[in-house]
Design a protein around this ligand. Structure first.
Ligand SMILES: [Ca+2]
Ligand SMILES: [Ca+2]
Length: 324
């Protein structure tokens, strides 16, 4: 166990206070198990692994080139026994995973891809990845509902990828995919599982991987992935960092700044009228509500004075609450 893990673990325990029994099992995850060369079609390539879960895992494959062969793939999976064996997820588990992914390729084609991977004994898992030649964020394969974020990925970008698996209001297992680049942020709808098992197949392991397709012609064909800030916790459907069980404002728009209760300023002071219902009496009442929220965010350290000034100015110039 690294020093970082020793520091973080007690904090993680504190945050588990209001979680469900379904999450209790996933909360035992404390490490990763590594499977270098899950595919080893180009055995002469050079692999470098950095294994420092949860702060940093990286795989680097250099000189992935021989006359025939498909690809090399290196993977890691969550573990609850200090990396001895993969943690086996079940059909009833509910959780959110997020991680920062930096995939760098030289050249970008043939394809390098990296992201989430699901594996199980039925060989029916799935992947949620970025790739260097298609420039995609895409989920496909196995039991995973298909998703293409339409965000653009370029080699070398650091992006945040996330997924939440939970039971929806119909009691069915569903997944929400999340992706963030330097300039954009998206979430999928809640997509219900449609496989026979209606969700994660019992015994599935989950983690991340790098895959480099062989180049018979480019001797230096190489790629690197760095996974950082790997987090698994209780379901957080709107990915604002506040678990559903303690989030006062569901469905916060992707990548909004939120307070400790999971509410954005727009949710606390909506343009259309008070969060409690009805209409603003006038523009001044709206601006006052924004100012209260902005001051709370300042006090909590969510925003700085420059951001606060910009938000107050925008509220003042908005038509919100004005008679029309
Ligand atoms: Ca939340
Ligand atoms: Ca929220």
């Amino acid at each position: 166990m690294s020093i970082y893990q020793r520091c973080v673990y007690p904090i993680a325990l504190v945050t588990l206070g209001f979680t469900t029994s379904l999450y209790a099992q996933v909360s035992t995850i404390n490490s990763a198990v590594y499977t270098p060369r899950q595919f080893n079609d180009i055995p002469g390539a050079t692999l470098t692994v950095v294994s420092n879960y949860p702060s940093l895992i990286s795989f680097e494959e250099q000189n992935v080139s021989q006359s025939t062969g498909f690809a090399n793939r290196d993977s890691w999976h969550f573990s609850s026994d200090s990396g001895a064996t993969p943690f086996l997820f079940g059909n009833n588990d509910a959780f959110t995973i997020t991680m920062d992914v930096t995939l760098t390729a030289d050249p970008i084609s043939p394809r390098k891809e990296a992201g989430f991977v699901f594996n199980n004994p039925l060989n029916d898992g799935g992947e949620f990845i970025v790739n260097t030649d298609g420039h995609e964020f895409v989920a496909f394969g196995g039991f995973l509902p298909f998703y293409n974020s339409h965000l653009n990925f370029n080699s070398g970008d650091t992006v945040t990828m996330g997924l939440t698996i939970f039971k929806d209001s119909s009691g069915k297992n569903a997944i929400i995919y999340f992706a963030r680049t330097a300039t954009a942020c998206v979430e999928s709808a809640a997509l219900e599982f449609s496989n026979v098992e209606l969700g994660v197949i019992d015994g599935t392991s989950i983690g991340g991987y790098l895959q480099i397709v062989n180049s018979p012609t480019v001797a230096t064909n190489s790629g690197t992935v760095v996974f950082q800030n790997i987090q698994i916790g209780a379901p957080d459907q709107d990915f604002d960092g506040v678990p559903d069980s303690s989030d006062d404002c569901p469905n916060t728009p992707p990548c909004s700044l939120v307070n400790a209760s999971g509410c954005s300023i727009d949710q606390l002071a909506p343009c259309d009228g008070p969060a409690s219902g009805g209409a603003w009496r006038n523009h001044g009442q709206y601006v006052s509500a924004v100012a209260r929220a902005v001051n709370e965010f300042l006090a909590q350290g969510v925003i700085d004075q420059t951001q606060a000034d910009a938000m107050l100015s925008a509220a003042g110039q908005s038509p919100c609450g004005s008679k029309r």
